[in-house]
Unconditional design. Sequence first.
Length: 230
Amino acid sequence: MLSRCDVVLVGTANPENLGGVARLAANFAPASLVLAAPRARPDDPRALVVGRMAAEWLAGARVAATLDDAVAGAACVVGFSARRGARRPSLELRALAAWLGARAPSGRVALVFGPEDAGLAASDVDRCDVVAHIELGGALPSLNLTQAVAIALWELGRPSEAPPPAPRALATHAELDALVAHAARALPAWLGDDADGERRRVHLRRVLAAAALAPADVRALHGLCTHLAR
């Protein structure tokens, strides 16, 4: 599982956390480390001190301007947040591996963690296919960024007793975004630029993500949008 997971840190401000997550990457060997709009530099001396055993992960971290750029090639995007809401598709961390096995048996998986001071913004959560919660029994509802990444990687790295499903190519985050944009052009009255249209676009994207579409399915739906526009 971890060999196809990208650890994506959004707006990280603390260099020590960058170093700590790089050290975890060396421990657990995810597919890559991606920094979306970081406020701390991976070559900061404080990051290098904490991550001295994982300097190659800091040096090789990909820096993206936005979260969309960071996860464009992912088949599934998982956000981590302590906040809960009825409108957010969410699950507990212990259920995530099974969910990914059914929803995204192949393709890259982006594990997205928000900044230390505020966590993932609502707009970032809207870009995620599901939100994972780390179960906590104490009064403090949130974890330090490095601690949260450690627990998530440990849980997803545990061996599964279930046989792996057959691999299947899935549409990427960018391909689903392009389909939603096409649908909005075909149905401007329903998926317009007002608040209701934005909510419908977010909901439509999550429905499409949950359907685990193949690229051919997406192309067929593009054809439907073209006919609707006509």
